[in-house]
Design a binder for this molecule. Structure first.
Ligand SMILES: *[C@@H]1O[C@H](CO)[C@@H](O)[C@H](O)[C@H]1NC(C)=O
Ligand SMILES: *[C@@H]1O[C@H](CO)[C@@H](O)[C@H](O)[C@H]1NC(C)=O
Ligand SMILES: *[C@@H]1O[C@H](CO)[C@@H](O)[C@H](O)[C@H]1NC(C)=O
Ligand SMILES: *[C@@H]1O[C@H](CO)[C@@H](O)[C@H](O)[C@H]1NC(C)=O
Ligand SMILES: [Fe+2]
Length: 230
């Protein structure tokens, strides 16, 4: 009995010792239907995202990066260890991507509740329509597997960028802060849209974007004293 208990406590410790835990989805598996199916979320979150997290944890175990915050691992591994970087960045970006969506999201951000965001979109792109066009173009032309991003500098000047594979604008630029992303790897949309990536991207923009989250990210980006994490 004693042995069983100590064995159990070892497992309990091991279960809590992971450097980064897979965060649960911020919505139910069926919440984004029919735009994104339960099947896609199960595989995308439960298999792909989980695999990046597991691989990251096993790669950093026993190194100086073990138990470091994910942002630290991303920045420290960027130059020194591509496989740690790729898995850490993919873990981060997926956690961020889930938060960028919600049921009944998308469309133009509401001016009365998100005045600052609407102002900055207008100031940076001229109009929401122009932002939308640029974002969709980035998402649709990211070759192969990649991500489209809306990023902000410390003054709230917004721009659209795309990254291929597991690159990340946080690392690429050093100073641009991601406020919205769309995962355009095939695993994000293929089961629901087959090869029609532009339809998935339009649906993301029209029906899924969680503007509350984007507006909070913009505030944090402009609040230069504050650090933040996913
Ligand atoms: C990256 O880190 C892993 C885990 O410590 C190690 O096995 C691998 O050899 C490292 N690769 C490089 C290029 O340093
Ligand atoms: C943004 O521009 C549109 C016209 O393009 C205008 O209707 C809207 O009021 C502007 N929003 C803000 C917050 O200035
Ligand atoms: C805003 O960002 C874009 C893209 O990075 C840049 O080209 C432009 O000069 C910036 N504008 C201001 C006012 O900082
Ligand atoms: C994930 O996003 C962060 C923030 O933009 C970025 O620094 C990192 O490089 C991204 N990772 C990947 C794999 O794209
Ligand atoms: Fe993905």
């Amino acid at each position: 009995m004693q042995q069983i208990i100590s064995l159990l406590s070892i497992f309990a410790v091991a279960a809590h010792a992971a450097t980064y835990d897979l965060p649960p989805l911020p919505f139910g598996l069926s919440a984004l239907k029919p735009m994104i199916s339960k099947n896609t979320l199960q595989i995308h979150h439960g298999k792909h995202h989980a695999k990046y997290v597991d691989t990251l944890n096993s790669l950093v175990a026993g190194t100086h990066l073990e138990n470091q915050p994910l942002e630290t691992i991303i920045k420290e591994s960027y130059k020194s260890n591509k496989s740690i970087f790729n898995n850490a960045a993919q873990a981060w970006n997926h956690s961020f991507y889930w938060q960028c969506m919600k049921a009944k999201g998308g469309g133009t951000p509401d001016e009365s509740s998100h005045k600052q965001l609407c102002d900055k979109i207008n100031a940076s792109f001229g109009s929401y329509a122009n932002f939308r066009k640029q974002f969709a173009e980035a998402a649709n032309t990211a070759f192969g597997s990649g991500w489209a991003w809306l990023v902000s500098d410390r003054k709230g000047n917004l721009s659209v960028t795309k990254t291929i594979g597991a690159e990340n604008p946080m690392v690429a630029s050093g100073r641009l802060i991601p406020i919205l992303t769309c995962d355009v790897w095939e695993h994000a949309y293929y089961l629901d849209y087959a090869n029609l990536r532009p339809t998935y991207v339009d649906t993301f923009l029209e029906k899924l974007v969680n503007w509350e989250f984007v507006a909070e990210n913009l505030e944090r980006a402009m609040d230069s004293g504050r650090n933040w994490s996913c």
